[in-house]
Design a protein around this ligand. Structure first.
Ligand code: ATP
Ligand code: FJF
Length: 363
């Protein structure tokens, strides 16, 4: 939605009987432009038919992968080419799905476009989404396809050592499907996309009108898909390895992280957040480039910290936080996730994130 459309929608919400002339004079614009904006608001689904019946349900749309994560926790230092005593844990994952679940836990109205098979894992993902409040009505449920899975081995510190993703089903979220969902995508307050979906489908998304696009680059292999179109995203959150794929700069120091941030801003990205794991975050916008260090926190499983962080960025944007407030909120959301064995923490709530901010001195 454009700023002008938002202004008009606010006026209509206050007075559903307001005339186009009244809107025009309040906003100091021509009546004909008001008519065009109202037509667009109707097309995007914010106004439901004539008589200005307003659709109050503003939503965030997430497009990306949904996995079942299987993770191994060794009891002591990992020995390669050997069988390590440890524990296995299974939880729901997939970057897009994780971001959507974290947003739902932060009370954001969220819809997810993903693809699952008609198998046990797919059923589990659909059931859980229903319980948590993620709208899956625009997702694909495909017979003859396997729901995707992710297998990772962590080290004794809870950081991922190596992982393998098996996500061929995401190829079905293709250009045709994205085009068919154009109305619901353009009607979103903002759209989060991950690079699990095909390159061409992401490219189509970047061509949609007035779409605020947040990007999670997922992994170095998948970040390649967006290298040439990175300037078309509003907000990007690569980690240091993904930032290198996008910029060609090896982020092995804060200065190089800032340089990579500058490269991405110069390409046209509005807000850049390069996550540095336990070292914190380098963030930049036209107001400048800064770093916030991460305080020491308990780490049980680092998987999913980046996804909680991205959900925190969305929350900050929706609530008009400053960029610094947004980073601190997002880091605190990541801290809650780090202390959970599962990819998502069931302790993630707005109040708990605010309490965590205070506890960590990130206020
Ligand atoms: N080991 C850690 N100790 C402290 N904070 C961490 C740690 N790992 C991650 N974080 C916090 O979470 C944020 C995002 O983490 P990270 O840089 O690992 O993203 P990521 O690689 O995208 O994660 P993932 O793909 O596992 O979701 C960091 O900026 C930091 O605030
Ligand atoms: O290629 C991919 N690897 C890993 C993930 C997911 O990342 C999550 C952690 O950030 C984890 O849940 C995994 O399923 C993915 O969606 N695609």
């Amino acid at each position: 939605m454009t700023n002008r459309e938002r202004e008009i929608l606010e006026l209509i919400k206050k007075n559903p009987f307001i005339t186009q002339e009244e809107i025009a004079s309040k906003l100091n614009i021509a009546r004909a432009s008001v008519a065009v904006h109202i037509t667009n608001l109707m097309k995007k689904g914010y106004i439901l038919g004539k008589g200005y019946i307003v659709n109050e349900d503003e939503y965030v749309l997430v497009i990306g992968g949904a996995n079942v994560d299987i993770q191994g926790f060794p009891k002591s230092k990992l020995k390669f080419k050997d069988s390590n005593p440890g524990q296995l844990n299974m939880s729901l994952g997939g970057v897009g799905r994780n971001v959507a679940e974290n947003l739902a836990r932060l009370n954001v109205n969220v819809k997810l476009i993903t693809a699952v098979g008609e198998d046990v894992y797919g059923q589990k993902i659909l059931e859980h989404s229903k319980n948590i409040g993620i709208d899956m009505s625009h997702s694909l449920v495909l017979s003859g396809e396997y729901t995707s899975t992710y297998l990772s081995i962590l080290n004794e510190k809870g950081d991922m050592e190596v992982a393998l993703s098996c996500m061929d089903i995401c190829e079905k979220i293709n250009v045709d499907y994205i085009k068919a969902k154009r109305k619901i995508i353009e009607g979103s307050r903002l759209c989060v996309v991950d690079t699990n979906i095909p390159k061409e489908a992401i490219e189509v998304l970047t061509e949609f009108d007035d779409l605020i696009l947040f990007l999670d680059t997922v992994s170095t292999a998948k970040a390649e898909k967006v290298r040439d179109i990175i300037g078309n995203f509003h907000t990007v959150k690569p980690n240091i390895y993904e930032a290198e794929v996008l910029t060609g700069i090896c982020v092995d120091s804060v200065d190089k992280g800032k340089k990579a941030c500058e490269v991405l801003l110069n390409k046209g990205v509005r807000n850049v957040f390069i996550s540095l794991g336990e070292k914190g975050v380098i963030y930049g916008s036209k107001k400048g480039i800064h770093i916030i260090k991460m305080p020491k926190v308990e780490v049980v499983n680092a998987t999913g910290a980046g996804d909680a962080f991205l959900a925190g960025l969305v929350y900050g944007y929706l609530n008009e936080f400053t960029i610094e407030e947004t980073v601190k909120f997002a880091m605190s959301a990541a801290a809650i996730t780090l202390s959970s064995k599962d990819t998502i923490s069931d302790r993630l709530t707005v109040q708990n994130v605010k309490d965590k901010q205070k506890e960590l001195g990130l206020c």
